[in-house]
Design a protein. Structure first.
Length: 362
């Protein structure tokens, strides 16, 4: 017998769902659909995992990270007995399938395991939890923060346009769209939002001496976006809920809590390990674009000279590894090589720094 129904999935790149026809052949025990790239994804029932939540079923195919979602109650009711006998149920599904007596007997054990895991595994689980959340959540979360943030801070529209023109000359290996903003503020700082929005404060921009330093700064911030560091830090801040969500596969619940706590982004700080990863990844981006990575050294040395500035955002420095260590690490990574100048980047940098274009506030 063959069962068919409409389903959908998210590809993790956009907020638009991809509609597909899901086909179950009970004689061959195969489940299949055609993805947005035109490729047929087919698994034996014994190779899939599934969860049901009220009138919703999430089916994860082998070697596929993103589940296919079915909201056809009649289809779910028809195939559920077959799934129960053939497919692999998730932890949540196994728990709700237990009879009440067995459930009550194992509840204390489950609670004890969760408490023990919370103490010993929270840091690890919090880091892993972010990879269960589609990047559409990153985009929406960062957008909410930017909308609120931009309302209370002056964004220099002319410099923002120049900065984006500068950034468009560089290949970022990005997985989400990138937008760069210049904010008029004396703070020596920069922010990377999970949505791909990167904010550079004029307090830092005005201290940069060359286009290589600006490219290094942008490379560092882009690596935070590419590595989803904001979401990792947010999951760590919400570690308890992240742990329970992973154990119960309640990823949608975790996403909801994250969206409700968008304001936490303002107070999050990246770990020293994340900063080191952003430094090293930034160097790789510079080298791929044939931009002298010595700009990263120049950036670090610029930060050294402003640590006593009264307008410095000290959180920017305190949450980073010590500048001396960062400089030594960067020096050890830089290869002896000649780099051709980039006239277009040089011109755009001078326009940004020295008023090559009139600025407006918006």
């Amino acid at each position: 017998m063959v069962f068919k129904t409409q389903a959908f999935y998210f590809d993790g790149q956009t907020s638009v769902p991809h509609n597909v026809e899901l086909v179950l052949d009970t004689s061959t025990k195969d489940l299949s659909f055609t993805n947005s790239k035109g490729n047929t994804v087919c698994n034996s029932i014994c190779g899939i995992k599934y969860e049901t939540y009220n009138n919703r079923m999430e089916i994860t195919f082998k070697n596929e990270e993103i589940p296919v979602i079915v909201e056809n109650k009649e289809f779910i009711d028809e195939i559920k007995p077959f799934f129960n006998s053939q497919a692999k149920a998730g932890i949540h599904q196994k728990l709700i399938s237990l009879n009440i007596k067995t459930f009550l007997l194992i509840t204390p054990l489950v609670i004890s395991m969760i408490v023990a895991a919370y103490i010993s595994l929270t840091p690890v689980v919090a880091k892993k939890a972010v990879y269960l959340i589609p990047t559409t959540v990153d985009v929406k979360l960062g957008g909410l923060f930017l909308e609120k943030y931009a309302g209370s801070n002056k964004i220099d529209s002319a410099k923002t346009s120049l900065l984006n023109e500068f950034a468009n000359q560089i290949s970022w290996d990005n997985k989400v769209g990138l937008n760069f903003h210049v904010v008029n503020s004396g703070m020596v700082n920069a922010l990377a939002l999970p949505s791909g929005d990167i904010i550079i404060f004029t307090g830092l921009l005005d201290k940069l001496e060359d286009y290589e330093s600006l490219a290094a700064l942008l490379s560092h911030e882009v690596m935070h976006v590419n590595s989803r560091h904001s979401m990792q830090a947010l999951c760590k801040s919400l570690a308890g809920y992240a742990l329970i969500s992973v154990l119960t596969t309640d990823v949608s619940g975790l996403s909801t809590v994250i969206m409700e706590n968008a304001n936490l982004l303002n107070n999050l700080s990246f770990s020293r390990g994340m900063e080191r990863e952003a430094d090293e990844g930034g160097l790789v981006l510079l080298e791929k674009n044939e931009i002298n990575p010595a700009g990263m050294l120049s950036l670090m040395k610029t930060l050294q000279t402003v640590t006593s500035d009264s307008k410095l955002d000290f959180d920017f420095i305190s949450t980073h590894p010590k500048l001396e260590k960062r400089i030594k690490l960067i020096e050890s990574k830089i290869k002896e090589k000649e780099y051709a100048p980039k006239p277009e980047l040089e011109k755009l940098f001078k326009d940004l720094r020295f008023g090559g274009a009139a600025t407006q506030n918006s």
